[in-house]
Each structure stands twice: as structure tokens, then as C-alpha cells.
Design a protein around this ligand. Structure first.
Ligand code: MF3
Ligand code: CO
Ligand code: CO
Length: 253
């Protein structure tokens, strides 16, 4: 579970590549484009420009490069060519790349066209939840500190935290121990140690926390049909705190 400095170097490279996919796709997320098209562009960028591997392709039978989760979709939305993005949509794009055997996993939200204030607020508060979780990361802290920070901020804003999916350890294996819950109590759970790598990826709902899986075997929606947002970073625990391996240039940590 603990990575040495050589391994962290490789995680840093994979994380940077994943972040660059989101940076590349950002200006293209506009009303009129389909998620299928966005997926194809990300795929070709990873394979041809980055000389990397799209980790989702073939993962447990998944066939696409990105997950594209629109509006009431909580996570694992499958890109398709049927529907064009439209004004007012909120969209999560989640991408994982493999370079040299190591994984970088990250996602961000997109506000498509003109966004209603309640959706804007959900997306902003969810990003704040991610950042508040990240701020807890340091040797000697506990996974429960991260979960508590996220849950506290979400619930203060009258939102709910999805409990059915969580963050995860990451390295040569895409999803490995530990599970990183987005709720919990301070001082509980695993104690963090320098060199641990994991994702934090809170899914926050406007309504209740409950989810339902669709018959396609992947798409997860809110049970009540209200919107959901998610942001994700891959983090490593450092001597004094954390490093965000999937940081984009628009972000300051
Ligand atoms: N990237 C997702 C995560 O954050 C997992 C997607 S698995 C897929 O862990 F198969 F749906 F792509
Ligand atoms: Co992800
Ligand atoms: Co993840």
C-alpha cells in the first residue's frame, strides 16, 4: 500500500497525464457535442498523443475511455452518440490513464451553457468537499478525518453524501485498498502514512443519498432523480501533508 519515492515518481507522471486529458477536453465541452464524441477525442489523445493506456477500456467489461455522468447520473455514465449536450446540463468526466504500469485517476464537473443557480451551487460545494477532504491528508491523520470533513461540508449545505461508492487506493492496481469513504468520524479508520496513494472522489446529491444502478450494468443514478455532482483527485501522502498528483493548472494546492 505504501509507495517508495521511485514509485511515486511514476504515479506523478500518470497523474499529470490524467489531468492533461481533462485540460485538453475542457474547451470542447459545449452544447451540441455528444459524450460519445468527447470519449473518442479523449481516447485518441491518450493513445496517440500521450502514448498511454486508457485504463477504463476493458476494465470489468467497460468499453469506453471516460465515464460521462450527466445531471442525475451519480457515476459510471456510459458515453453515447445519441444525445447532444444541452444548455443547463451538468456533466462529470472521469478518466484514468496508465503509463509505465501506474494509474492516474481524476474527474471534474462541467457546466454546459447557462447553468441554473442551484446546479452551480451543487457543483461548487462538491468541489469544496473534495478540497476539504484533501486538506485533512497528512501522516498521522485518519481516513475518518477525510470522510468527516466531506460529510460535514455537504450536510451543512443541505446536501447528502453518496455512500454506495467510495475512493480507493491506487497504484499498479486501479482499485486497491484502502476504501476511502466520503463520510465518517474524526480519528477513526486507517491511520495515514507517508507514501500512501489513494483517490478522494465525493459524490454529493441535491436530494437523498440513495442510488440505483441501471440495467446497462454501469450507469448509477440518484434514486430520487435529482442531480448529483462529483470531483476526483489522486493524492499521495507526503512527509508534511499531501501532493495532488492529478492537479490541473487551474488549481492551486
Ligand atoms: N474512474 C472510476 C473511479 O473513480 C472508475 C470507473 S470504472 C469504469 O474509480 F469501468 F466504469 F470505467
Ligand atoms: Co475516476
Ligand atoms: Co477513482
Amino acid at each position: 500500500m505504501i509507495k517508495n519515492p521511485e514509485e511515486i515518481k511514476k504515479m506523478r507522471i500518470a497523474g499529470k497525464l490524467a489531468a492533461e486529458v481533462l485540460e485538453m477536453i475542457t474547451p470542447l465541452v459545449k452544447p451540441g457535442i455528444s459524450t460519445g464524441k468527447l470519449d473518442k477525442i479523449c481516447h485518441d489523445f491518450i493513445v496517440n498523443k500521450q502514448n498511454a493506456i486508457p485504463a477504463n477500456v476493458g476494465y470489468r467489461g467497460y468499453e469506453k475511455t471516460i465515464c460521462s455522468s450527466l445531471n442525475q447520473v451519480v457515476c459510471h455514465g456510459i458515453p453515447d452518440f445519441q444525445r447532444a449536450l444541452k444548455d443547463g446540463d451538468i456533466l462529470n468526466i472521469d478518466v484514468t490513464v496508465i503509463r509505465d504500469g501506474w494509474h492516474g485517476d481524476t474527474s471534474k464537473m462541467f457546466l454546459v451553457g447557462k447553468t441554473q443557480p442551484h446546479n452551480k451551487r451543487l457543483v461548487r460545494v462538491t468541489q469544496e468537499c473534495l478540497y476539504k477532504g484533501i486538506e485533512e491528508v497528512r501522516p498521522g491523520a485518519y481516513l475518518g478525518d477525510i470522510g468527516y470533513a466531506i460529510q460535514n461540508h455537504a450536510e451543512k449545505n443541505y446536501y447528502s453524501v453518496v455512500e454506495d461508492y467510495c475512493g480507493h487506493g491506487i497504484g499498479k492496481v486501479y482499485h486497491e485498498d484502502p476504501q476511502v469513504l466520503h463520510y465518517g468520524n474524526p480519528g477513526t479508520g486507517l491511520e495515514l502514512k507517508k507514501g500512501m496513494c489513494f483517490t478522494i472522489e465525493p459524490m454529493i446529491n441535491l436530494g437523498t443519498k440513495f442510488t440505483k444502478a441501471l440495467k446497462d450494468g454501469w450507469t448509477v443514478e440518484t434514486k430520487d432523480g435529482r442531480n448529483s455532482a462529483q470531483w476526483e483527485h489522486t493524492i499521495v501522502v507526503t512527509e508534511t501533508g499531501y501532493e495532488v498528483l492529478t492537479k490541473r493548472s487551474e488549481e492551486n494546492f
